[in-house]
Design a protein around this ligand. Structure first.
Ligand code: AFP
Length: 324
């Protein structure tokens, strides 16, 4: 019997244990983040069960949002919540307030629900200034100010991917334990990938750098092999694959949607935060994605994210266009 392998298998690193371990590196910490995270995890477990039951899309969208809002408010650790489902931000009543702001998309990719494609929850967390009254500007901050970000993917297995700013870790839900167990420690994205991921149906409206980049993926001029195309149309699933296998995910601007489609606060920022933490890059076509300063909670931005070298290539094409 392989005792070493067995000892590893029986030493279960749950997500709570992992975050508590991280917490010991910050002696001033009082465990508030761990409590907040356990409420987010609870919401994800609930949504995972509901998705697996095959509930219809509209019901699931509304249900997931309600579950997250209630879980986050009842944690007693939040003050402002921004959800993709709600036009306005939710300001938590003073008696239940804490110091964290959570921006989230409770069920991203939900138009894929009825055909059982992987979908997910995406979230980012900001901290307000000690003792300050919460205001909308607290969530209109650049993504680099996020304290943590992550997503939960409801797929063939339920995966929770988290970064608290010191790398990226992936956990898999063990349904028999009802616990997320660390299965993908310290995820690093390959420096260069073999896959590109984009909705090519929008190609006729793309700008030059995007069109040129995708052309190069298919017909490389440097002797490298052509890249494979993979596109699910569900950001969590497309980004999860990109993170693990490498490559690039693009949702560019086009003539019809000059700001692209994806939302800055709860799609672009959390995924860009994870990519950078895994050694990749995220770029808007103009700047580092995490430097963007949003002016509205539901603002959109074009995004190119993934392997370091692949994003470097699209950055060079945009730079060349500017210098023309
Ligand atoms: P839905 O939540 O409406 O399904 O949108 C999903 C999404 O916001 C994101 O998850 C995908 O990456 C992107 O839209 C797909 O957009 P296209 O259908 O335009 O390719």
């Amino acid at each position: 019997m392989d005792h070493a392998a067995d000892a590893h298998r029986t030493d279960l690193m749950t997500i709570t244990r992992h975050v508590l371990n991280e917490q010991t590196k910050h002696p001033e910490s009082r465990g508030d983040f761990t409590i907040l995270l356990s409420h987010i995890v609870l919401g994800c477990k609930f949504v995972c069960t509901a998705v697996n039951k095959g509930e219809e899309q509209k019901k699931l969208d509304v249900l997931s949002n309600e579950v997250f809002i209630k879980a986050l408010v009842s944690s007693g650790r939040t003050c402002i919540l921004v959800s993709e489902e709600d036009d306005e931000a939710t300001f938590v009543e003073p008696s239940k307030r804490g110091k964290y702001c959570v921006v989230f998309d409770p069920l991203d990719g939900s138009s894929n629900i009825d055909c059982a494609v992987s979908i997910g929850t995406i979230f980012g967390i900001y901290l307000i200034k000690e003792g300050a009254e919460p205001k909308l500007e607290d969530v209109l901050q650049p993504g680099k100010n996020m304290l943590a970000a992550g997503y939960c993917m409801y797929g063939s297995s339920c995966q929770f991917v988290l970064s608290t700013g010191t790398g990226v870790n992936g956990f898999t839900l063990d349904p028999s334990l009802g616990e997320f167990i660390l299965t993908h420690p310290d995820i690093k994205i390959p420096k260069k990938g073999k896959i590109y991921s984009v909705n090519e149906g929008n190609a006729k409206n793309w700008d030059n750098p995007t069109a040129k980049y995708v052309e190069r993926c298919k017909f490389p001029t440097d002797g490298s092999p052509a890249k494979s195309l993979r596109y699910i149309g569900s950001m969590v699933a497309d980004v999860h694959r990109t993170l693990l296998y490498g490559g690039i995910f693009l949702y560019p601007a086009d003539k019809k949607s000059p700001s692209g489609k994806l939302r800055v606060l709860y799609e672009v920022f959390p995924m860009s935060f994870l990519m950078e933490q895994a050694g990749g890059q995220a770029f808007t076509g103009k700047q580092r994605a995490l430097d963007l300063v949003p002016t509205q909670i539901h603002e959109r931005s074009p995004i190119f994210l993934g392997s370091y070298d692949d994003v470097e290539e699209i950055k060079a094409l945009y730079a060349a266009q500017v210098n023309k």
